[in-house]
Design a protein. Structure first.
Lengths: 267, 222
C-alpha cells in the first residue's frame, strides 16, 4: 500500500492535473480546428494559442520565486516554506522560459524568416533563462539550507529585475517583437481567436499550478529525506558503538583489538 | 566605510603588486583572446573593425571573471577570509575596497587591450570623452557585480565553474551597453552613445548598491 506522505500527489494535484489535461485538449481542438486562419499571418496565427500563455507562465514562475524570496528575506515571515515555493517557482519558470524561447523561435521563423534575431525582447529572455540556470545551479551547490535560502533569495531579486526589463523591452526599445496584444485600448484579437487565447491561458495556468504544487512538495520531501537520513545514520552509528560490546558473543572479557577481526571471521 | 575600503583596496593591490598575477597572467590572456578573435574572423579587416568594440568588451568580461576569481582565491587560501570577517571592518567597506581593487586592475587591462585593438584591428580612436566615460562606468558595473557574486560563491566547492555561469548573464547587459557606446564613439553606429552610457551608469549604481547592502550577509553565510 502506498504511503501518502511519501508522495507529492494528492486530491488537489489530481484535480489540477486532469483539469489541465482537459483544458489543453480543448485548447488544441479550438486552436487547430475551430479558430480560423488569420488574414495576415495565415495558419501561423495558431502559435498565438501557445506562445503568449507559455511566456506569461514563465513570468508567473519567476514572479512567484521573487515574492517567495522576499518573504523569506523578511525576518518576521522567514520560513522554509517560502524557500520551497521560491525554488518551485524558479524551476517551473525556467521550464516555461525554455518553452517560450522554443515556441518564439518557431514563430519567428514563420513571421520574420529567421530562427533568432538580436532583438531586445529575445536577448533579454535568453539572459533570463541563463540567469535561472545559474540560480538553480547555485541552489545545488550550497549544502546548508539557511545559506542556500539566503544566497538564492538575493539572486532571485536580480532575476526579478531582468523580468521587469524583459516585460517592458518592447516599449522601451524599438524591437521586432510585437507590443501588448490583449491589454490595449483597441485589441486586434477577437472572436474565436480571443476565446481560444483565453482557453490557452487557463490551460497553461492549470499546468503551471500542477507543476508548482508537485515541485513544492517534492522539495519538502527532499528536506525530510535529508533530515531523516541524518537521524537514521546517527542512530546506526550509535548502535555500532554500543552493540559489539553488549551483544556479540566472544567479545566479553576479551576486548583486545587484535583478536576482534579473527573472532568476527570465525563466526 | 571609506577608510576600510581604502585599507582593503590597498591590501588587495599590495598582494597583486607582489604576485603580479593580473599583469603576468590576466593581461596576456586578454591579448591572446583578441588574437584568437582575429583568427576567428580570418583577418577580414572591415568585419574586424565593425566588431572591434564587441570583441574588446568580451575580452574585458573574460578578464573580469579571472580578476574576480583571483580576488576571492586570495581570501579563500589559509583561511584569510576568517581574518577579514573578524577584523571589525565594515562589510560595505570591504565590498567597496575589493571592487575598487578589481576595477583598477581591469582599467589597466582595458588600457592595454585598447592598444591591442588599435594595433591588431586597426581601430582609430575617436570620441575620447565617450570612450573614457563608458569604460569607467562599465568597469564599475563589472567590478561591483563581480565582487558581489564572488562573495556569494566564495565558500562553494564548485565556485570556479559556478561564478562564470552566474556572472556572465548578469554582465551581458553591461557588455551590450558598453559595446553600443563604443560603437557610437568610434563612428560605427548612429546611436546616441551617451544614452548607452546613462544605462551603464544605472547598471553600475544598481550593482554597487546591491553589493553594499548584501555583502555583510554574504560574507557571513558563505
Amino acid at each position: 500500500m502506498r504511503n501518502p506522505q511519501a508522495s507529492s500527489s494528492s486530491r488537489l494535484t489530481r484535480v489540477l492535473g486532469w483539469s489541465a489535461l482537459a483544458a489543453l485538449a480543448l485548447n488544441t481542438w479550438w486552436g487547430l480546428w475551430l479558430s480560423p486562419p488569420d488574414v495576415v499571418q495565415g495558419q501561423f496565427v495558431r502559435m498565438l494559442y501557445v506562445h503568449p500563455a507559455v511566456a506569461t507562465m514563465c513570468y508567473a514562475g519567476f514572479g512567484l520565486c521573487t515574492l517567495a524570496s522576499l518573504a523569506w528575506l523578511w525576518p518576521r515571515l522567514r520560513s522554509p516554506r517560502w524557500d520551497r515555493l521560491a525554488v518551485a517557482g524558479a524551476e517551473v519558470g525556467a521550464v516555461f522560459c525554455l518553452a517560450t524561447l522554443v515556441t518564439g523561435s518557431i514563430w519567428g521563423r514563420a513571421s520574420w524568416g529567421v530562427w533568432w534575431t538580436w532583438d531586445a525582447r529575445l536577448t533579454l529572455t535568453a539572459i533570463l533563462f541563463a540567469l535561472s540556470l545559474g540560480y538553480l545551479a547555485l541552489r545545488r551547490a550550497v549544502d546548508n539550507p539557511h545559506s542556500r535560502a539566503l544566497v538564492s533569495s538575493m539572486v532571485a531579486l536580480l532575476m526579478a529585475l531582468t523580468v521587469v526589463v524583459d516585460h517592458y523591452a518592447t516599449s522601451w526599445w524599438v524591437t521586432l517583437h510585437q507590443n501588448t496584444t490583449l491589454f490595449k485600448q483597441d485589441p486586434t484579437v477577437h472572436g474565436w481567436q480571443l476565446a481560444t487565447m483565453l482557453v490557452s491561458f487557463i490551460a497553461f495556468g492549470l499546468a503551471f499550478a500542477w507543476l508548482v504544487v508537485h515541485r513544492y512538495r517534492l522539495e519538502g520531501l527532499e528536506e525530510r529525506y535529508e533530515n531523516e537520513g541524518l537521524v537514521s545514520a546517527l542512530e546506526a552509528r550509535r548502535s555500532e558503538v554500543t552493540a559489539p560490546l553488549d551483544v556479540r558473543p566472544g567479545f566479553e572479557g576479551d576486548r583486545s583489538p587484535s583478536r576482534a577481526p579473527a573472532e568476527a571471521v570465525s563466526q | 566605510m571609506w577608510r576600510d575600503a581604502v585599507l582593503v583596496a590597498g591590501k588587495d593591490l599590495a598582494v597583486e603588486r607582489r604576485s603580479r598575477v593580473a599583469l603576468n597572467q590576466v593581461v596576456p590572456y586578454a591579448l591572446v583572446v583578441l588574437l584568437l578573435f582575429g583568427f576567428a574572423f580570418d583577418q577580414d579587416r572591415p568585419l574586424l573593425l565593425q566588431a572591434a568594440p564587441g570583441l574588446f568588451w568580451l575580452a574585458v568580461l573574460f578578464s573580469g571573471l579571472l580578476a574576480v576569481q583571483r580576488s576571492f582565491a586570495i581570501e579563500a587560501s589559509d583561511g584569510a577570509v576568517d581574518g577579514l570577517r573578524l577584523s571589525g571592518l565594515e562589510p560595505a567597506g570591504i565590498f567597496v575596497g575589493k571592487a575598487a581593487a578589481v576595477g583598477l586592475q581591469l582599467l589597466v587591462v582595458e588600457v592595454l587591450l585598447t592598444g591591442g585593438v588599435v594595433v591588431l584591428f586597426h581601430t582609430r580612436l575617436e570620441g575620447a570623452g565617450l570612450l573614457i566615460t563608458s569604460a569607467l562606468l562599465s568597469t564599475a558595473g563589472v567590478a561591483g557585480a563581480g565582487v558581489a557574486y564572488g562573495a556569494l560563491s566564495m565558500g562553494l566547492r564548485v565556485r570556479e565553474t559556478l561564478l562564470p555561469l552566474l556572472l556572465a548573464p548578469v554582465l551581458a547587459p553591461v557588455v551590450l551597453a558598453a559595446t553600443e557606446a563604443w560603437r557610437s564613439a568610434l563612428g560605427l553606429s548612429s546611436a546616441d552613445g551617451w544614452r548607452w552610457s546613462g544605462l551603464l551608469g544605472c547598471f553600475a549604481a544598481v550593482y554597487l548598491a546591491g553589493g553594499v547592502l548584501s555583502f555583510g550577509a554574504l560574507m557571513e553565510e558563505t
